[in-house]
Design a protein around this ligand. Structure first.
Ligand SMILES: [Cu+2]
Length: 169
């Protein structure tokens, strides 16, 4: 039979364990929000574009845009049931900022290379600066169930070797 004092010590021990677990859970949730998995949670990382008025925004002409200063921006529009463009070509080793926007329902995009895993909330632009280093073709699908054509919603990322500039275009 345990005496009163021993039982209290056990109780205190388990109380500390549960408090530590709660704090860890909270830190994990907060960490995932900060690490861009929830676009729009932190204002600076995302912006709002009215899906009904894409005209005048870069999303009116989706694809890779090369800016005057040489930097690259890729604008990708997600809608049921396609990504526009469905194939994005980027040069390897060069920083590209991906700007993703859903114009109808929630979609998702996951690219193993570049550590992209983002939920696309209609109107909320996800801005992800990434550098793709390994040349190749990477195919992925919308990873958020969005309707009857969900499984056909594919996206291809083509990372082109640096020796092969976009002279092909
Ligand atoms: Cu989708």
């Amino acid at each position: 039979m345990l005496d009163h004092r021993t039982i209290e010590r056990y109780e205190l021990g388990w109380l500390v364990v549960s408090v530590v677990l709660v704090v860890m859970l909270f830190a994990g949730v907060l960490g995932s929000m900060i690490s861009e998995t929830v676009p729009g949670f932190f204002g600076a990382r995302s912006s709002y574009v009215d899906p009904a008025h894409l005209t005048g925004t870069p999303f009116a002409t989706p694809g890779l845009h090369r800016n005057a200063d040489g930097t690259l921006d890729a604008y990708i529009v997600a809608r049921a049931f396609a990504f526009q463009p469905s194939t994005l070509r980027v040069p390897a080793g060069q920083r590209v900022t991906l700007h993703l926007l859903s114009v109808d329902v929630i979609h998702g995009l996951m690219l193993e290379q570049g550590n992209v895993n983002v939920e696309l909330i209609p109107g909320q632009v996800a801005n992800l600066p990434r550098t793709f280093t390994r040349p190749g073709t990477y195919t992925t699908e919308c990873n958020e169930y969005c309707g009857s054509g969900h499984q056909t919603m594919a996206f291809h990322l083509v990372v082109e070797p640096p020796t092969q500039p976009e002279a092909t275009k």
